[in-house]
Write a protein that binds this ligand. Structure first.
Ligand SMILES: [Fe+2]
Length: 309
């Protein structure tokens, strides 16, 4: 897998509907991204044993890892939850990174879990809105250091969707992410569809976010599709990416000097409407967006005159 922006690899977020795709079309992708939680049962904090591997699913993971590099995209850490920091989960991730040689590990910059009574946690079902402030930075920085110490390298954290932003934030989201990466050395998983969702729902320009973010910290980009429900545009992963997402990808990827991969995400329930050909088409469109233009735009007469002086 290549490691620099314009020639970064293109992958797909694995789901069980792709089992046939893996057999027939693995040449089309450079890597697979996997959600590790899909390969084990988590019996909850305090349970012994806590994690039980699922044999059939682990077999799928082994077939993936035999064909292509695999990256881990965790969904269970909930690193921004003030009420819990799940070090047993981190240890499990560390163990599986060693076992399957994950090329890199990403997680969501999110709070989804709340510590419940008697060891039973609650799950909000979606990411809760976060306050972009120094208090949250102070909570996250030592946690990220612990995670990175366990994993033996940087983790990439993903920007999320804000359906109900916390008002009167101290920092903008990109300024918060820049402070987080500068203080911890973690990377960013830049989800372009999430930026598109925030632009449609909140009128927050995706390009403004990109211009404010330290793009040297971006190691992976997510692309996805969504759908509208009752006037709200949702990050539904419901099929092909909208053209705006590919336009953002063309604009941002060449500026991300440490980009390692672009990953297409979709939910398996939408596979019947896409089929293998639909997935292949999204992968090819991502490759096209990453390709340098054959005929770069000529400098304008004004800019040539300027450079000649
Ligand atoms: Fe994503």
């Amino acid at each position: 897998m290549n490691v620099h922006g314009p020639s970064a690899g293109v992958g797909v977020l694995f789901n069980p509907a792709l089992a046939g795709f893996v057999e027939h079309h693995s040449d089309a992708v450079d890597f697979y991204s996997v959600i590790p939680e899909r390969f084990w049962v988590d019996h909850g904090r305090g349970a012994a044993p806590r994690f039980a591997p699922l044999p059939h699913e682990v077999g799928l993971l082994e077939r993936l890892a035999a064909r292509k590099p695999v990256t881990a995209h965790g969904i269970g850490l909930s690193i921004a939850s003030a009420s819990l920091f799940d070090l047993d989960y981190v240890a499990q991730l560390k163990d599986w990174k060693r076992r399957y040689g994950f090329a890199w590990v990403s997680e969501h910059l999110a709070a989804m879990r709340l510590a419940g009574g008697a060891g039973s946690d609650h799950h909000a079902g979606l990411a809760l809105p976060l306050p972009w402030d120094e208090e949250l930075l102070a909570l996250l920085c030592p946690r990220i250091a612990r995670v990175q110490e366990a994993l033996g390298g940087p983790i990439a954290l993903e920007n999320g969707v804000e359906y109900t932003p916390v008002p009167h934030a101290e920092l903008s989201e990109p300024a918060f992410l820049n402070a987080l990466t500068a203080r911890t050395g973690c990377g960013i998983l830049l989800d372009l569809h999430n930026l598109h969702v925030n632009e449609r729902n909140l009128g927050r320009p995706a390009r403004g976010f990109i211009d404010a973010l330290d793009l040297d910290t971006v190691v992976e980009i997510h692309i996805a599709g969504g759908s509208s429900l009752h006037g709200i545009y949702l990050d539904a992963h419901s099929g092909p990416c909208p053209p705006e997402v590919f336009a953002l990808l063309r604009q941002v990827a060449p500026r991300c000097r440490n980009l390692r991969g672009v990953t297409f995400e979709f939910l398996e329930s939408y596979f019947p409407s896409m089929g293998e050909e639909g997935v292949l088409e999204q992968i090819e469109l991502a490759r096209e967006a990453l390709r340098p233009p054959e005929h770069p735009p000529c400098p304008s007469p004004n800019s040539s005159a300027h450079s000649a002086t």
